[in-house]
Every structure is written in C-alpha cells, then in structure tokens.
Design a protein around this ligand. Structure first.
Ligand SMILES: NC(=O)c1ccc[n+]([C@@H]2O[C@H](COP(=O)([O-])OP(=O)(O)OC[C@H]3O[C@@H](n4cnc5c(N)ncnc54)[C@H](OP(=O)(O)O)[C@@H]3O)[C@@H](O)[C@H]2O)c1
Length: 347
C-alpha cells in the first residue's frame, strides 16, 4: 500500500484511509473490528472517525464509532500501528454533544478532546480535525445559508482556535491538526495564523471529493499543493451513488439511502444521467465502476489519502483493491470530458 506524507509532518499515511462512520449504527462492533483487522492486514495505517459518529447523527448513537475503535485497540493492543484521525464538531445545533449548541471555543474543544480520548481508549490523537467551520457557510447540501447569516462578531477568531489547538499539542493530547469542510479562505487563514506563531500549522483538509463533485479543484487544490495541506477526500463513491445501486429509484436492501434516506445530495436533476455516463465509461474500459471512481480520487495530485467507507468485508476488499487501478491518459481525458458536460452536480 502506497504511503504519502501527511502535510509537512514526519507521518506517512496510506493512500487509502479507512472511514468508520457506519460502525455503531449500520454496522456492529464485531463488523467494525473485522474491518480494522482486514484493513491493517492490507497495509492501511490511517483511520478516520469523529466524536459525532455514527451516522446519521443521533443522541443515542453519538460516540459509538469511537467506542468501537477503542475496544479494538484494547483487544488487539495495537494503538501504535494506526495513525488515528478524529474530529470535533463545528458550530451547530447538536446540543446532545455537550448540552448546548456546539461552537469551536475553548470549552467545547477541550471537552471534545477529552471525550474522544476516553472513548478511543488512547492518550493521544494523531490528527485532530475541525469537522466543519465555526462560520456560517453553505455546507452539507445546504444552499440556503449565506455569508450574511452569522451576526458580526459572533465567530470564534481563527487565531484563538489555533492557540487552543497549540495548547493541546503541547499537552501531548493531539499531535497534528487538520480542517474539514473548509474553504480556500478559511484554510489560508489557518495557515497564516500558524505562520504568525499562534500555534500548529494545519496539515490536511478533509472535504467531499468525487466524480460528481470536483469543486475542490477550484481554489482549494492550489492551496493544498502550494501549502502542503493535502486533501483527505471523503465520500469518494458519492455515498454509494457512483456504484449505480440507486439508479432509477432503486433502493437495495440494507444500503444507506434505503435505511436512512440520506441521498438528498445526489437526487438532483442531471445526476442519474451523469452516473449512467460514468457507468458506461467504466464498462468501455473494462473497469468496475467502484474502481473507476475510487482510483480517480486516489490518483489526483492534491490528494493525500482517499477515505473509503464500506459496510461489508466484500465491499472493503473491492475498495482497497482499487489501489492497483491506474487511470491512463485516454481515460482521464474521457472523465474530464464528461465532467465538462455535467459539472459539479452534487457538491
Ligand atoms: N468530514 C466529513 O464531513 C465527512 C462526511 C462524510 C464522510 N466522512 C468520512 O469519509 C468516510 C467515507 O465516507 P462515505 O461512507 O460517504 O464514502 P463513500 O465511499 O462515498 O460511500 C461508502 C458507502 O458506499 C457503499 N459501498 C462502498 N463500497 C462499495 C462497493 N464496493 N460496492 C457497493 N457499495 C459500496 C457502502 O454503503 P451501503 O452498503 O450502505 O450501500 C459504503 O458505506 C466516512 O466513514 C468518514 O470517515 C467525512
């Protein structure tokens, strides 16, 4: 398994990262443990989780994914084999996390780190990420929030957030920091705060990136490459839609959208036709559509690691096998031509 440098750190993470957010709801503890055993065997040394998981976010299941990872560390005694990434929730209304709406201030960040360490049964987190910004932004398929929605002066200053994270690094509780669901402006402000001596430099940005959403290429890719703040790409299969399993309203038993109706990002005009085009392209090149979609993400120059998700060991095997799939120049041209036609349909 290929390893890539994480930001400017001395850590080298596998080009495929094991996503975990289905464990504790769609998957059991035993299934989560089996996935971690298998992934580690295949050379994956990078796991991604969050205090908020499992998904969909609910009070009753919050923290269950981290608990499953923690019980695996305890059972296997192999904490040192894994570069572990987790996240603190950004500004939001999930009061069940800490008894009030969340925001990225000292009280919330400190409590979040302590909670994660406890559930994960570890005394350090390798990569601590801000799950989404403290600012009012159109995120997660929300196209109604605008930059005018947050009253002036109510944001926690980025410099302060960086200082708090620096104290946690000093205390040895976290090793490095990263962003998620961030913009070019936000990322550069975090870089600048570090360069002004406020605290640690961010090493990664975890954003959605897949064939139906290549918005990262505009603005953020340049930041990622020039500043060495690489992309940790999430939802590389567009939450399963790029497999073709939901075409023409299909709802396969046990699949995420069937269970939770979480497909609103992908049920939009034009998406079904674009997926048909990618499925046909994969067929023409003799590729499994899953491999086409995953290899496309893994091989982009600004991607540090591709965060896959699986609900069965068969899926996991196929997803990891994508590491050996190449995207030759003629295929890349055809992918780009389809993208020119359809654009970023599901940001
Ligand atoms: N930072 C963030 O805001 C954020 C947001 C989302 C995700 N993430 C991270 O990224 C990880 C991956 O995200 P994701 O789950 O949305 O990724 P994804 O790759 O787009 O979707 C994964 C889902 O697709 C289906 N699938 C996977 N492999 C398959 C295969 N070979 N054949 C058929 N179906 C397959 C499975 O769902 P079914 O079996 O249910 O169909 C699986 O759970 C998460 O675990 C999490 O760590 C982060």
């Amino acid at each position: 398994m290929e390893r890539r440098q994480l930001g400017r750190t001395d850590l080298h993470v596998s080009a495929i990262c094991l996503g975990t957010m289905t464990w504790g709801q769609q998957n059991t503890e035993a299934e989560g443990h089996a996935q971690m055993d298998y992934a580690l065997d295949r050379g994956i040394n990078f796991f991604d989780t969050a205090e908020m998981y499992s998904i969909p976010p609910r009070a009753e299941t919050q923290g269950s994914t981290e608990r499953i990872i923690g019980s695996w560390f305890k059972a296997r005694g192999n904490r040192d084999k894994v570069i572990l990434a987790t996240k603190v929730a950004g500004r939001g209304q999930m009061s069940w996390l800490r008894g009030e709406p969340t925001e990225l201030n000292r009280k919330h960040i400190t409590a979040a780190v302590e909670g994660s360490l406890q559930r994960l049964q570890t005394d350090y987190i390798d990569l601590y990420q801000l799950h989404w910004p403290d600012r009012a932004l159109p995120l997660f398929n929300d196209r109604t929030t605008t930059f005018r929605d947050l009253p002036k002066g109510s944001e926690n200053p980025i410099e302060e957030t960086v200082e708090i994270l620096g104290e946690l690094v000093q205390a040895g509780k976290i090793r490095h920091v990263g962003l998620s669901n961030e913009t070019s402006w936000g990322t550069m402000r975090f870089v600048q705060a570090a360069e002004a001596g406020k605290g640690p430099r961010v090493v990664s940005i975890q954003n959605a990136y897949h064939l139906l959403n290549r918005t990262f290429e505009i603005g953020l890719a340049e930041v990622a490459l020039r500043e060495q703040v690489g992309l940790l790409a999430y939802s590389p299969l567009a939450q399963g839609y790029l497999t073709g399993k939901y075409q023409r309203g299909a709802r396969p038993p046990g699949a995420r959208t069937t269970l939770f109706e979480r497909g609103q990002r992908y049920e939009k005009p034009g998406v079904e036709a674009a997926i048909d085009d990618y499925l046909a392209l994969a067929k023409e090149f003799g590729l499994d559509p899953v491999h086409l979609a995953l290899a496309f993400v893994t091989t982009r120059p600004f991607v540090t690691s591709n965060i896959i998700g699986a609900t069965t060991l068969e899926q996991l095997k196929s997803d990891i096998d994508s590491i050996d799939v190449k995207i030759p120049a003629d295929l890349e041209k055809r992918i780009d031509a389809l993208h020119q036609l359809s654009g970023n349909l599901a940001p």
